[in-house]
Write a protein that binds this ligand. Structure first.
Ligand SMILES: C[C@H](O)[C@H](O)CC(=O)C(=O)O
Ligand SMILES: [Mg+2]
Length: 395
């Protein structure tokens, strides 16, 4: 093997306004319109998720420069705290290492942060570094990341859309539409009725042959989720997503036993690492795992999560994360479709998911994306130079 470059410098930046912190949107966006959350029991935090701080973190940008001048980068959610972790803690493992040392670096970053990490912003940050490492290695090799993961197993990706307008998503060629749930248990019977009315209305608009799902963003309890699922069967709800808080493995197992036959239980976007997903699998919590590659430990960890799932006959359909998910999904037989988050404020058109932070970000056309759209080196995207990057810490 020809001599590979080493890592010369690691830099971490933060920026605001959409992109990887996709909840950090301006007013009037569907994604912040009275969506049920675990905070909805407090009336003052019910109308807007930004009111309780869903967007406080901001985007973390990790840049890794190699000795030959090649730069790999990634974006994820992590903001200034993530910058501190990268610069003050993780950089020591990275600088001087060979660009191929991804597995060892992951192990060092994870074990060195175990005493304050494991999940949350620490694992988001490790994920960001991991994605930047894959981007760097693939660019050094002049190949797309998916080629390093074993290559595409199909010619194209097919997508479902998440957003307020599944009816428009259907017209745009998506295979299904996932609605945000608007009302949680604190809004009692009237809220439940409104949740069902919206679903019924959408079913009427989209007809029979289109998937409809409800994303509950951790907002329910087993009793409410069971009632919702059973009532939603009338409208052929395909899956009920993230109905419960992520630590309630026991609740998920019970919910999965309670839902009507044929309806799927999905979760995992706020779960992390092979150990978290092992719990979901061994406790029979769900039918589809939905890790977010920017939060679960990066590509390195997602490969392990996926293998665990595959051995149990489970699907992995990653949460959001744009190109970072696409390069993975195209390589796995047990990831037969992908999510596309509609970031247009009214969910009425396809715009790049991480806009405005990335350039050259591919988007589905007619709900599909050719594998050839993912053929540029690395993850195939560039950081938009118009974005206002801030480097709060250095080392
Ligand atoms: C719509 C959901 O509340 C959330 O913003 C996105 C999400 O959980 C998903 O895409 O899945
Ligand atoms: Mg979700």
């Amino acid at each position: 093997m020809s001599k590979m470059p080493t890592i010369k410098q690691v830099r971490a930046f933060t920026l605001r306004g959409g992109g990887a912190d996709y909840h950090d949107q301006k007013g009037g966006h569907w994604i912040d319109d009275h969506i049920a959350t675990p905070m909805s029991k407090y009336p003052q935090y019910r109308q807007s998720r930004q009111s309780f701080g869903i967007n406080v973190l901001g985007t973390l940008v990790v840049e890794i420069e190699a000795s030959d001048g090649t730069v790999g980068f990634s974006v994820t959610t992590g903001g200034e705290i993530g910058c501190w972790i990268v610069e003050k803690h993780l950089a020591r493992f990275l600088e001087g290492a060979c660009v191929t040392d991804i597995e060892k670096l992951w192990d060092q970053m994870f074990n060195a942060t175990l005493y304050y990490g494991r999940k949350g912003v620490v694992i988001n940050t490790i994920s960001g570094v991991d994605l930047a490492l894959w981007d760097l290695l693939a660019k050094v090799r002049g190949e797309p990341v998916h080629a390093l993961l074993g290559g595409a197993v199909r010619d194209e990706l097919v997508f479902y859309a998440t957003g307020a307008r599944p009816d428009l998503a259907k017209q745009m060629g998506f295979i299904g539409g996932k609605l945000p749930l608007h009302h949680g248990p604190a809004e009692r019977e009237e809220g439940l009725r409104k949740n069902l009315e919206l679903l019924g209305d959408m079913r009427q608009r989209v007809g029979d042959d289109f998937w409809l799902m409800y994303d509950c963003w951790m907002s329910l309890d087993v009793e409410y989720a069971t009632r919702l699922a059973n009532a939603a069967a009338e409208f052929d709800l395909k899956w009920i997503e993230e109905a419960l808080p992520p630590d309630d493995y026991w609740g998920y197992a019970e919910l999965r036993r309670n839902v009507p036959s044929g309806m799927l239980v999905t979760t995992g976007e706020h779960e992390a690492t092979r150990w978290g997903f092992r719990m979901l699998l061994e406790m029979e919590c769900c039918d589809i795992l939905q890790p977010d590659v920017g939060w679960c430990g990066g590509i390195t960890e997602l490969l392990k999560i996926s293998a665990l799932a595959d051995a149990r006959g489970k699907l992995v359909v990653p949460h959001g994360s744009s190109v970072y998910s696409y390069h993975f999904v195209i390589t796995r037989q047990n990831s037969p479709f992908a999510e596309f988050l509609m970031m247009a404020p009214q969910a009425d058109k396809v715009v790049p998911m991480f806009s405005p932070q990335l350039l050259d970000e591919p988007v589905p056309v007619n709900g599909r994306m050719r594998a050839s759209a993912l053929d540029a080196p690395g993850f195939g995207v560039r950081l938009n130079p118009a974005c206002d990057l801030h480097r709060p810490h250095t080392h």
